[in-house]
Design a binder for this molecule. Sequence first.
Ligand SMILES: [Zn+2]
Length: 373
Amino acid sequence: MKRTICIKLGTSSEQDRRLSLLQREFAHACNVLVPLAVENSCRNRVALHHLGYYGIRETVPDLGSQMACNAIAAVAQSYKSLLSNNPKFKKSIWPAINFRDTSSVHFDKRTYSIKGNAISLFTTEGRIIVPMKLGEFQKDFLDKGIPKEAELVCRSGKFFFNLVLDLPEAEQREPGYVAGVDLGENNIAAMNTGKLFGGGKLSHDRDKFLALRGRLQRNGSQSARQLLKKVSGREARHVTHVNHEVSKAIVAEAVRNECSTIAMEDLTNIRKRIKAGKRTRSRLHRWAWAQLQFFVAYKSQPVGIGVEYVNPAYTSQTCSVCGLLGTRVKHRFSCTCGSLAHSDLNASRNLARLGATAVASTGAVNRPYVGMV
Ligand SMILES: [Zn+2]
């Protein structure tokens, strides 16, 4: 199983300067290759090497032979993704990709090496040794996995190393408890372990965003459209960040409670299920929830926890104690049997029960994610 970890680098200002220089030279080399790729409709790494290797070595000699090969790989990869995302380009002249000075730099095993808690990186002014700032999960992954290719990226002036690791398949846990995760409107998620992940900040931000989006859409001018694109991107990044944090906490909670499976609702009909005004039924939701589920599945795989998707019909109305229909008033769920619970927690308990039944009959599986990130 391949996993990418994003390692924060503890660079000095001199190292920052060298890495920025490397970024510029690398982008320069890529831009030298672009016309060759376009003229020859070439996205094959080996063919592109024959076309452009000597050109790069002459134009950007400092880059060295190995980094020249990495630039060729980067350009070939960029055109591969561009064409697979836009099949219409296959029949026309390919657009020229512009690699900017801040573009990422591709590293392979010959241009980096890991030494304990530090990493040795190729630069055009000689190798540098940079300390890695590793979290618990990352240390664990580094111990277990085999490092493969990597990308050096710079975000807000800080350097990060996105390293691909080949990890051994995690052994599936012995069948045990099932954790139920209910995705909600007011709370982002509720677990049958009793844990609630609040959505206060997120839903407030979302309301602000939706109001602004409405104003911009009504305005309709070109500058309004540009601003809309910008704030939409910012909103999506914010949701992604929150989803990463919440999914991490959900998996950690499942591990702490020795669960073997996480049961989540099948999202197919979620928009029918959520009773809310037009505002909260916005298109923003489905992908945000699908993304959260994908992150949970992605993060539970390396720790051997399976994921089960169950039909959520009636999970919010059914009493998790006696199985009859109860009454829900806002966040409070009550039933004639005497049970009283937070409505989201009650729903998560029902999901866990359904998940346990499903696991007993089929065994838990992880399924691929087809939504947008
Ligand atoms: Zn009941």
